[in-house]
Design a protein around this ligand. Sequence first.
Ligand code: LLP
Length: 432
Amino acid sequence: MHHFRYQDNELFCEGVSVEALARRHGTPLYVYSQQTLTDNFRRLDGAWADVRHLPCYAVKANSNLAILRLMVELGSGFDVVSGGELQRVLAAGGRADRCVFAGVAKTEAEIVAALRSGIHCFNVESEQELERIDRLAGELGVVAPVALRVNPDVEARTHAKITTGTYENKFGIPFDHVESLYARAARKRHLWLRGLQMHIGSQLTRVQPFEEAVQKVAPLARRLKDRYGIEFFDIGGGLGIVYEDALASGDPAWWRTPRARKMLTPETYAARLIPHLAPLGLRILMEPGRFITGNAGILVTRVEYIKQTGRKTFVIVDAAMTELIRPAFYDAYHEIVPVRRRKAAVTECDVVGGVCESGDYFCKDRPLPLPKPGDLLALFSAGAYGSAMGSNYNSRPLAAEVLVHGRRAALVRQRQPLEAIWQWERPAPWQV
Ligand code: LLP
């Protein structure tokens, strides 16, 4: 569910006209709905009410400080994957002792910074990393809280580029090795075996892979609790969202359609996993990213040109893969709708950006009401992995971001000034 709706054929985010926002702040523009973010967090949190738990919002999905601040206010923990993300959480007013730190390539500097800030736990991805953390904690004279990330070798049945829980992937420690690694870790003086973690993939729309993984790993969690007194089992993120009917899914009635009933909801996700997890008596952590922010954000773009080649109709817009790389990278579907609905011939269009790459498209041969230059379009489900994966390719400035709360709207990231793109560059001294 979300709070983007048409009122008299004009798209609104909560009580604010999207067109008015685009006029005021320019395009491309990300628009986020605070109510949707709040509802999504509370819904997931509420679904787990029967067990001791902590949702740790996956910062990588959208790391805007205003969104992180909202998550702090809602009582969320955080899943961070770099020193930068940890600093962001702290800058947003979050607490390090509610952050879990994942990632396969943690550097010494990142580990030291995380230890100094008093992180809740490191999710450890290899034996070498474990040894590094033990040594650095020893040098600082502290004990490092760790959880090993187990790779359960379960097929998540999602896109190959966002599958993480099989032995084809670089993530985690193979299921068969993890127990002996705990045994070795238990002998290290500067490690505190605090938990167990896993994450099998992203954008999962079926509960079975989650269930399979939890069933496989829960007995291990129990043994680790009995042997080492671990406190928590972190089941990772990955809960999928609606992409194809994104606009319609804002209407509660859509959730009663046959198509909607196939979607995995947080209630089903929790209800199917809790029976395996509750008997463990461990605190359950989860790392939702996309579910919180995905359908809470749209990307607004203006049509620059329409180009007909005889074979194709290209709708050329001012957003590009620099603002939303998902179609180019994962063949992802994002719904595209006009910000102002009016009568127009439905035409098969390729909506494309201006970056010099043939892969820079948002859709191909999609029937859309043919817009005119100057019209605004909204790309749905852009709140997760949109802005966060943004880049300066082609020296395009990072786009502006607005957070809407009822009838109020705040610019929560200004459009990057052009000079800021090259502010850390300079000619070499021998270049006169
Ligand atoms: N925890 C870990 C260890 C992860 O690797 C991820 C995502 C998450 C949590 C959050 O997953 P979520 O709840 O958002 O599915 N850029 C891709 C998604 C990459 C996901 C990477 N890891 C996309 O746009 O689809």
